[in-house]
Design a protein around this ligand. Structure first.
Ligand code: W6P
Length: 412
């Protein structure tokens, strides 16, 4: 079919990873036409790259209805965007229509994470999953969700910069998705308050927040050039986990505080979240980032159990379901997705646990915005090979060390 040829064509190009600086320059210097010209090529490239990879999934997973549904969404969105390439014109009307299509695509794909998780469950229920299949799924989902983060970043940035400007005064300092003076402590407090609200609502108790340190060497609050919503997402997820551990581990009314340390080094800004929530066994800490493992822990599938808390017993199953089923963290994919958000701009997320005592989660963020480039999966003909081996380390990279064709258009 013609469409298949188009996907083949666009998948030959590598996605262009942008630096934070490029996102900002773009918001300050470029106009809507430039952005449009860039995106109408770059979006099909990114979509086609990951669409080709979807087809490398284990056959029995590909056949699951939910995976098929996701696949169709991608096909439809790809189709809608390449219409603009065929159309050719670039009038006010075209730009307007482009923005509307982007919003439509964003909405269409809003449940991709839950739907893919559903697909994995469907596979689990119908097939026995061997270790190799499990590894392939982990490998694929990391790449798939990272691709999605990048695509949504492009769409959000464009629609925030050039879409209908009804709410644009809310964040006058923001440039599209990016806050050039993102105050880390404010995001910490915001995420804490919201996680605490959920925690209070369901456990009738919550730990206090203790900020151990949050200033740099010059006594200034630590600020970074970053996407605040990504940082919020990571922190909110970590706080929910820590709070749950703390409240579950301490059966009295006295809860040790959740401790947060924010420091700035030469390369990184580190945000450390420490809880005395009893910790987790070392054998478990790597699995916290596994999609298959998270899916197994899906609350509505596990047996309901009660938790002794402050002398009372609560029906725990419902609490878990409520706390975990928030937008992107549906089915408990919160931690693996959070790590992807951190890695997306060359940061990281690690968990260090002392079993029997507590857990530290460290978020590493690039301190220098010129080092914060998108990290994107690239599809190439060799990718097939990686679904057949277990060494999944060499086909990740940032493409900042060369200039692909579509990026040349963007930077001029
Ligand atoms: C725990 C388990 C966990 C996961 C992620 C972040 C913090 C914590 N604390 O006990």
């Amino acid at each position: 079919k013609n469409l298949e040829k188009m996907v083949d064509f666009y998948s030959q190009f590598n996605p262009s990873s942008l630096s934070i600086k490029q996102f900002i320059d773009f918001g300050l210097k470029a106009n809507e036409q430039n952005s449009y010209q860039f995106l109408k090529k770059e979006l099909p490239v990114r979509l086609a790259n990951i669409m080709k990879e979807i087809h490398l999934l284990p056959d029995n997973l590909l056949k699951m209805p939910s995976v098929n549904l996701v696949n169709n969404w991608y096909t439809q969105s790809f189709n809608e965007i390449i219409e603009f390439e065929v159309d050719g014109g670039c009038t006010e009307q075209t730009l307007d229509k482009f923005c509307k299509i982007l919003v439509k695509i964003r909405n269409r794909h809003s449940d991709v994470i839950q739907t893919m998780a559903q697909g994995v469950l469907e596979l689990k229920d119908s097939h026995k999953i061997d270790l190799h299949t499990e590894k392939s799924i982990q490998y694929f989902l990391d790449r798939f969700y990272m691709s999605r983060i990048g695509i949504r970043m492009l769409i959000n940035h464009h629609t925030l910069l050039f879409g209908d400007h009804i709410n644009s005064n809310n964040h006058h300092r923001h440039i599209g998705c990016i806050d050039p003076y993102c105050d880390v402590i404010s995001v910490v407090k915001d995420a804490y308050e919201n996680a605490r609200f959920l925690c209070d609502q369901y456990y009738l108790a919550s730990p206090e927040l203790e900020i151990c340190k949050s200033i740099d060497a010059d006594d200034e609050p630590i600020k970074i050039v970053y996407v605040p919503s990504h940082l919020y997402h990571i922190l909110f997820e970590l706080f929910k986990n820590s709070m749950r551990a703390i409240v579950e581990h301490h059966k009295t009314d006295i809860l040790p505080p959740l401790q947060v340390t924010i420091v700035k080094g030469k390369e990184d800004v580190c945000v450390k979240v420490s809880d005395q929530g009893g910790g987790i066994p070392r054998s478990l800490s790597e699995r916290m980032f596994h999609y298959m493992y998270s899916t197994a822990l899906q609350p509505s599938k596990s047996d309901a159990h009660t938790v002794p808390l402050a002398g009372k017993f609560f029906f725990f199953k419902m609490l878990l379901t409520q706390i975990q089923k928030k937008k992107d963290s549906g089915y408990g994919y919160g931690l693996p997705i959070s790590r992807l958000y951190a890695r997306y701009l060359h940061g990281d997320l690690v968990l260090l646990s002392c079993d029997g005592f507590g857990t530290e989660a460290i978020i590493y963020l690039k301190a220098l915005s010129n080092e914060a480039n998108e990290l994107l999966p690239i599809y190439n003909k060799m990718s097939t090979r990686f679904y057949k081996t277990t060494d999944h380390t060499i086909d990740w990279r940032s493409t900042c060390n060369r200039t692909p064709i579509s990026q040349q258009q963007f930077t001029q």
